[in-house]
Design a protein. Sequence first.
Length: 220
Amino acid sequence: MSASINPSILSADFVNFEAEFATISDCDQVHVDVMDNHFVPNLTFGLQMVASMQRITTKPLDVHLMITDADKFAIDYAKTGAYSVTVHHEACLDAVATAEKLRSHGAKAGLAIKPATNLEEILPVIRHFDRLLIMTVEPGFGGQLLIEDTLAKVAAARAHLDSHELAIDLQVDGGITAENIGRVAALGADSFVAGSAIFKATDRNLEISKLRDSANRHSH
């Protein structure tokens, strides 16, 4: 399976999304970081903006909810037509029930964990999800450097998914660049969120191609 490159629009120009989306037309999905300035120390955009994004792009929206009470609000994002909605293990009371509701509204269900969260906490329930997102930086702001200590979790997650024959996307988000994506792909990740690495590039689609090619060459 080819690597999925999902640019994070956290690094885009928020006042000109339609033009920004056009510059990343070769991506696989568009990663949308929804932040509430409570679960994470940043505020981005909410439900109405995500609904508007659906109208200006044909790309699947990969919505990442960095919000409190994710159980309560996740379904509204699925109703916008989002391809996938990822909630944080740390922000859910019953992530499995939320996953079932997301699927009932046509969205893939993802589960994310912060760098400090032990992978073992979510392994018993991961079979109920379509995507596992391992944060490789502290969620909240773009442009951070990848935290090396998180990569052991990527390898451990891949080993678990393979040993249990679980066909689940293993996504990484944070500090992904053309210089390190091959190394992360070799550990077993197959879906990559990249923000500043793509949006700082002069030719963003070319950067997407470089990232995808490197990931595919090194995939496990």
